[in-house]
Write a protein that binds this ligand. Structure first.
Ligand code: PMP
Length: 396
């Protein structure tokens, strides 16, 4: 059967490819240490599950407004006001089917063929595909380890053309594990003043920040920033709700309305009883559940980065956010390990998985072939075991 050119141009997600190979090996009885996960390894807190069960029992099983129930949109608007200092009316908020859907729909609503979207490396794998599916073109800006892989104001100035329609900022960052400081974001906001560039600020990891890292929403940086920003967030990471598929976007009313029209003809509403659980998620007990998870991630991230930095020829900035280490392992490229030539991050990840049974994700699909991504959404015991194996493997 015919496949559209659009669909043919979309590769399968590289993060999923590694995970499925690791699962295949596990199914064969191989003891694989998995650093590929993009989901917290904690269960969804009980108070959220209970709210979903209650909602089901109360018959919340039918269609809702396509953009989500007004109670949830109001709860999200309250959250954005209280936690992020952002004033949005419930009408300026749309609930999407996961943050991934928010990215896709926001780009469908805001981009046209011929538009360019600035994506600093490393970028989350979905961004360039969502840009292309909207008919626009990714403009990849290569960042440097020296600046912790963050785009500089100079790089941004040089990348902007009359075609630039959007800049995607993801802080804390997947896969980089870094977080832009408020000052760095202010610098970016200043460069954008006087342009028509929309900022898609993906804040899905906002709760997972470490040490003295400060998080600020891009739209909070001032009036100009507020009016050009689409604030994107979701429930997957903060509340360990990846399977519930709940994300949201807040921004200028006309864009949110356009997203609502698209949503009404595509997915319709997010799952009804999940929306009620989301209201509960944003309620009282949230702080404790989130903080416990954050503290544990911080401990693991520190340890993983320390261990990685002790490996010969491996350089890893300590993560300040999200749950990823993103070391530069390129000094090992060109080597032959156990008679397999390692020429880049894909070879590195494949050889490590096959030979030492450790699953991680190559940096290439994130735009950084020098690096690999290790998730620390797994136990400290697994991290120790996996790092022991990598250490031994690299010594060969
Ligand atoms: N943005 C980033 C940067 C992510 O890493 C993810 C999840 N991997 C998402 C958005 C989307 O998450 P979800 O669709 O589960 O809400």
């Amino acid at each position: 059967m015919k496949i559209s050119k659009r669909a043919q141009a979309v590769p399968a997600s590289a993060t999923i490819a590694v995970t499925s190979r690791a699962q295949q090996l596990k199914a064969q009885g191989v003891d694989v240490v998995g650093f590929g996960a993009g989901a917290p390894d904690f269960d969804t807190p009980d108070y959220i599950k209970d709210a979903a069960i209650e909602a089901l029992k109360a018959g919340k099983t039918k269609y809702t407004a396509a953009a989500g129930i007004i109670e949830l949109r109001a709860a999200i608007a309250d959250k954005l006001r209280n936690e992020n200092g952002l004033e949005y009316t419930p009408d300026q908020v749309i609930v999407n089917i996961g943050g991934k859907h928010s990215v896709y729909e926001a780009m469908q609503a805001a981009l046209d063929p011929g538009d360019e979207v600035i994506l600093p490396t490393p970028y989350w794998v979905t961004y360039p595909q969502a840009v292309k599916l909207a008919g626009a073109a990714p403009k990849i800006v290569q960042t440097d380890r020296a600046n912790s892989y963050k785009i500089t104001t100079q790089q941004l100035k040089e990348a902007i053309t009359e075609k630039t329609a959007m800049l995607v900022i993801n802080s804390p960052n997947n896969p980089g594990g870094f977080t832009y400081t408020p000052e760095e974001l202010k610098g970016i906001a200043k460069v954008l003043e006087g342009t028509n560039v929309i900022v898609l600020s993906d804040e899905i990891y906002e709760k997972l920040i470490y040490g003295d890292t400060k998080f600020v929403s891009f739209a909070r940086l001032g009036d100009d920033a507020y009016h050009r920003t689409l604030t994107l967030n979701g429930f997957s990471k903060a509340f360990s709700m990846t399977g519930w598929r709940l994300g949201y976007t807040a921004g200028p009313l006309e864009v949110i309305k356009a997203m609502g029209r698209l949503q009404s003809h595509t997915t319709s509403n997010p799952v009804t009883f999940a929306q009620y659980a989301a209201i509960a998620a944003l309620g009282e007990p949230a702080a404790d559940a989130i903080e416990n998870m954050r503290v544990e991630f911080e401990r693991r991230g520190k340890y993983m980065a320390q261990r990685l930095n002790r490996l010969k020829g491996v350089l890893c900035p300590e993560p300040t956010g999200a749950f990823y280490c993103f070391p530069d392992v390129s000094s090992h490229y060109g080597r032959t390990i156990n008679s397999v030539k390692v020429n880049g991050s894909v070879d590195f990840a494949k050889a490590l998985l096959e030979q030492a049974n450790v699953a991680l994700v190559p940096g290439l699909p994130f735009g950084c072939d020098e690096n690999v991504r290790l998730s620390f959404a797994c136990s400290l015991e697994q991290i120790t075991k996996g790092l022991d194996r990598i250490e031994k493997w690299l010594k060969q």
